[in-house]
Structure formats: C-alpha cells, structure tokens
Design a protein around this ligand. Sequence first.
Ligand code: HEC
Length: 184
Amino acid sequence: MPSSSIKRLTFGGAVVWVTLSAAAAAQNTPATSNDLTPESAVEARRALMRSIDAAMQQIEATAPTSLDDLGVYNLQQQYGAVGGMLLSFPHLFPAGSDIPEPPVAEGGNPSISRPEVWTNFPALVTFAEQAAQIAYMASMTPAEGLADQAAALRSACSSCHEMFMEYRSGVVGPVELPANLPFL
Ligand code: HEC
C-alpha cells in the first residue's frame, strides 16, 4: 500500500492538486503550538502560497465583464482573500526557517525562499504589502477594471519571486496529501 495518496482538492471552485507525503506531513505537523518548528513554518508558507496561487488561477481564468453582479462580487471577494493571505505571508519566516534544503513532499512543488529574504526582510514585507494593496483595491474595483488589476497583481507576484523565490528543481507537479486528513 502506498504511503500516500493523491487527492483532488477544491479551493473556492478552482481545482488544484496538492501533494504532501504522509512522512513529510508527520515530520512537519506540530502536535501542540509549543512544537512549532522552522520546518512547519516552511510548510505553512508554501501552503499559503499554493492557496494564493489557486485563487489567482481562478481570477485569471475568469472574464469579469461576462459576470452578473453576484459573480463580480465573488471575484472581488477572491481578491480580498488573496490580499489577506499576502499580508500574512511575511509572518511565516521565524528564525531558523532559512532551511536550504527543506523537506520536500514527494512529487511536490519545491519552492525555496532565497537568502535575500533574511538579508533584506524589509523589502519582502514591502513587496507583500504592495501586492496586498493591489488585491484590496481590486476587491473594490468594478468589473471593467478587474482585468487590469489581475495583470497588475500577477506582475507583483513575479517581482517578488524574482528577488526572493526559486524552485529547487523547476518541477511543478501534483502534490499528495495523506488519505486520513479529517476534511477530505
Ligand atoms: C512578498 C513576496 C511574494 C509575493 C508578493 C508573492 N510570492 Fe509567491 N512566493 C514567495 C516566496 C518567498 C516563496 C517561497 C516560499 C518558500 O518555499 O519558503 C513563494 C512561493 C510561491 C509558490 C510555490 C509554493 C510551493 O508549493 O512551494 C507559488 C505557486 C507562488 N508563490 C505563487 C504566488 C502568486 C500566484 C502570487 C501573486 C498573487 C505570489 N506568489 C506572490 C514570495 C512571494
């Protein structure tokens, strides 16, 4: 029997494949809040980024001007959620979480935070705040302006990644979750 399985997850309508080997999950999941480790911070910030990514993919796949009022409202809510996630992101870099080779889930999407995060942390915070600002502005933008906001937000993702993120192997694949998670 395989030690892990693949699950199809739905985040706000966007379908993503998430992978985390059972072993990696056991290693990274704290039993109590006293057990929070740098490894769990790495796992948390990558999970947060994957949720941001799922929302962003849905945003970019939607033609705002073809939506009714409720559809526009839902899209604006997606932007708002991305804004909140972006503001939370810089809080997930505790001392010691600059792990050069963090445990990577089997088949996972192995991003790493570059050393510049720790040598230039205020810039990371600024990038996060600027990207969040675009997302919050978009959450109040009417349908006609939302395509421009999506482009602006994507460019904010890329600017920050250019400076602070890299993929270890360039492999972007499905991620596995343990089959026994309560919400699956
Ligand atoms: C403030 C800087 C910043 C912004 C803005 C930002 N990211 Fe990231 N992102 C990072 C960093 C740093 C990592 C690497 C985290 C790690 O592995 O420690 C990352 C990782 C990721 C990953 C890989 C997660 C994984 O599974 O390892 C994805 C996908 C991603 N970002 C998507 C996005 C999208 C989409 C946006 C824009 C909506 C965005 N990011 C905005 C800094 C940023």
